[in-house]
Design a protein around this ligand. Structure first.
Ligand code: AMP
Length: 462
């Protein structure tokens, strides 16, 4: 075992670009078996860059999201450490991973289980929304890895049920999200309870603003790893916006989009928990069985819903941003922003639930006149304007007149959608002289209609 660690120290010479196999990292044999059993044949970019440094014991701050393989980038150095018996006294965790959401914590725990399955380690999970007793029992015994959300962990810490004296490696996963969720104080307290000699790995979607302050407080001489920028990511996802009028029109358009068989599985995002519940019920009533996912649900119900989605037993999920991060799902064909997120960054996280692991995906945002500012922020962030498509048959009555005369933007008589709508509110592309229909039942296949619909780059109400 000692030999393994000796050899990991010599990894400094490895250049990430040249690292095409996990064997090059000199991972211990049980871990290489775990990697192979997990089906990883080649390291991802974040793994190639972070593993040599993590295995050397360096502090790292890394801009990487779920979907990049970042979990293994911190789990493997953690597991490699654990193969050497602890010198520290006590039974507390030697590796502590903090994540912002329960779903992410569960996912991280399962990666530790998968990669460490030949290493005989005790891996524990501490999250909110479930009963305290099993966690208390877990924390009384010896634990190697503890994956936790800060809120529940701080409860245990304050009741002196957990001892961090043995922590050798601390991971702050999705640090920006932890900040956004107001976890700064619990995280500070938890970190303060761990030894200063620990190694710290911070992963975050962005390395800007508050996260830098976080890093300064908690990391020692960190190496920064910047993956491809947010603007360049998501090339596998077709993104577009559909202008909408009022809420009836929005619901009708959504139901219409969902009747496209190409939507094999979709996550529909709302901004509020109540909104998610209401919309899931409404869609179900409209013949599109849906389930909701949000932070007010009991954890068991959240887990069950995610499992249904993961196993293809649920086609439509209406969710708040609790589902925007962390959750790694393979089969999601479409992301629909029924409501745009209030924070532009969340747009990137939301759409990242599709187009994963080499698949392609589609992200559609339904945009009303009041969404202009939010849309502009998103477009600034991703560095381009989103393609705007108008589905003619779905144009609401009131919107058709809002744009000006008969068909805003010019050639209303053509009967065809056009690319430069000029109205302030949703500038419809309704064929001239025909009453536009807001909630008409689709007469052609939605795909065909979408193809026929206007594809604009700067029209509508922008
Ligand atoms: P993560 O970003 O850690 O959530 O990982 C996203 C997905 O990529 C998960 O389903 C992992 O199992 C998978 N994954 C991670 N690393 C690799 C790899 N080197 N090769 C293939 N799949 C991987």
């Amino acid at each position: 075992m000692e030999q393994t660690v000796q050899s990991t120290r010599s990894l400094a010479g490895i250049t990430p670009a040249a690292t095409s196999s996990f064997a090059a990292f000199n991972l211990a044999e049980p871990l290489l078996r775990g990697v192979a059993a997990a089906g990883y044949s080649q390291p991802t970019e974040v793994q190639a860059r972070a593993l040599p440094l993590g295995l050397q014991g360096r502090d790292i701050m890394c801009s990487a999201q779920t979907g990049t393989g970042k979990t293994a980038a911190f789990a493997l150095p953690a597991l490699q450490r654990l193969l050497i018996p602890s010198k520290g006294a006590g039974r507390g965790p030697r590796v502590l991973v903090l994540t912002p959401t329960r779903e992410l914590a569960m996912q991280v725990e399962s990666v530790f289980h998968d990669l460490g399955k030949f290493a005989k380690l005790k891996i524990g999970l501490v999250v909110g929304g479930v009963s305290y007793q099993p966690q208390e029992r877990l924390l009384k015994g010896a634990v190697d890895v503890l994956v936790a959300t800060p809120g529940r962990l701080i409860d245990h810490l304050e009741h002196k049920l957990v001892d961090f004296a043995r922590v050798e490696l601390l991971v702050l996963d999705e640090a920006d999200r932890m900040l956004d969720m107001g976890f700064i104080q619990p995280v500070r307290k938890i970190v303060a309870a761990t030894p200063a000699s620990r190694q710290t790995l911070l992963f975050s979607a962005t390395l800007e603003g508050g996260v830098l302050g976080f890093a300064k407080q908690f990391l020692r001489d960190p190496v920064t790893i910047q993956l491809t920028s947010a603007k360049k990511r998501h090339e596998s996802i077709a993104q577009r916006v559909h202008p909408v009028g009022g809420s009836d029109h929005k619901q009708a358009l959504l139901a219409h989009l969902l009747s496209d068989p190409a939507v094999t599985q979709a996550i529909i995002f709302t901004t509020t928990k109540r909104g998610a519940d209401k919309l899931a019920k409404r869609l179900t009533a409209l013949g599109h069985p849906s389930a909701a996912l949000h932070g007010n649900m009991r954890q068991s119900a959240r887990t069950k819903t995610v499992d249904l989605l993961r196993h293809g037993k649920l086609r439509l999920l209406v969710a708040t941003d609790v589902a925007a991060r962390g959750i790694d799902l393979e089969g999601v064909s479409h992301i629909i922003n029924y409501e745009l997120p209030t924070v532009a960054e969340d747009y990137i996280h939301r759409i990242g639930r599709t187009g994963r692991n080499g698949a392609t995906g589609t992200a559609i945002s339904l945009i009303g006149p009041d969404d202009r500012t939010r849309l502009a922020s998103i477009e600034r962030l991703i560095g381009r304007r989103l393609e705007q498509q108008i589905i003619p048959v779905m144009v609401p009555q009131h919107s058709a007149s809002a744009g000006g005369s008969t068909a805003p933007g010019g050639s209303g008589r053509s009967g065809r959608p056009h690319s430069q709508g000029g109205g302030r509110s949703f500038s419809g592309a309704a064929p001239s002289g025909r009453a536009p229909q807001a909630a008409a039942a689709p007469r052609r296949s939605p795909g065909a209609r979408a193809r026929q619909s206007a594809s604009t780059s700067g029209g509508g109400w922008r």
